[in-house]
Unconditional design. Structure first.
Ligand code: PRP
Length: 209
């Protein structure tokens, strides 16, 4: 399924700041870090937990352990996902991290080039979180997911983005039906250049110049 965080006022406020063309790259990067942290926190609500016993200085009581939080692999798609990953790591501090580069070619083919790929082994009880702020045509993620699938089959395959176009979501769902897509918001459409509308512009350029 596709999950958006439109009912979270705080996440929507951060998204609004990211959309604003007057937001500079310092605030833009900070906004992406915040979204990684808060969307990551929301993700923990969908994870398996284990009841454990804990001893306070006074007595024993019940507590919980979010087991899946310990078995996370974050895949960072350069460049724009770097600040998003930084935020995610605040929540998933045990995470192993894979880094891949994937850049889009020009319209109409949008062919994807992957020049750098470093991905850790994926184990059966892992939750893989592929972070990329923008899901436009979906070509980048489909290419990245093909690569990631060579490293093992995880318990859950999660895509974490900020904005997605409906076109990109349908293409990813078709190619990887098992993928769970979490985005702050699903936007209206793509323009002829493959940009999300209303969108926030080019996330990589806005974050890094
Ligand atoms: C952007 C974005 C995604 C991709 C989405 O990256 O961060 O990776 O485009 O487009 P798609 O869904 O149509 O494939 P870009 O190629 O601009 O690279 P950058 O982050 O390094 O600027």
């Amino acid at each position: 399924g596709v999950y958006s965080f439109e009912d979270s006022p705080f996440i929507m406020e951060i998204l609004t700041e990211l959309r604003d063309k007057n937001t500079d790259s310092i605030a833009f990067r900070k906004g992406l870090v915040k979204l990684g942290r808060y969307m990551g926190y929301e993700l923990t609500k969908t994870m398996d937990v284990e009841e454990i016993e804990v001893e306070t200085p006074l007595e024993k009581t019940r507590g919980i352990l979010v087991k899946d939080r310990r078995n996370v692999v974050i895949i960072t798609v350069l460049r724009a996902a770097i600040p998003l990953m930084e935020g995610l790591i605040k929540v998933f501090e045990h995470a192993r991290v894979g880094i891949v580069s994937a850049s889009r070619g020009k319209a109409p083919k949008f062919e994807i080039e992957m020049n750098y790929i470093k991905i850790p082994t994926v184990k059966p009880d892992d939750t893989v979180i592929v972070a990329d702020p923008m899901i436009a045509t979906g070509s980048t993620l489909i290419r990245v997911l093909k690569e990631v699938s060579k490293y093992g089959r995880p318990k859950r395959l999660i895509i974490l983005g900020v904005l997605a176009a409906p076109e990109g979501i349908s293409r990813i769902k078709e190619a990887f039906p098992e993928a769970e897509i979490f985005v702050a918001k699903v936007d209206r459409e793509l323009n002829e250049k493959g940009y999300i509308l209303p969108g926030l512009g080019d996330a990589g350029d806005r974050a890094f110049g």
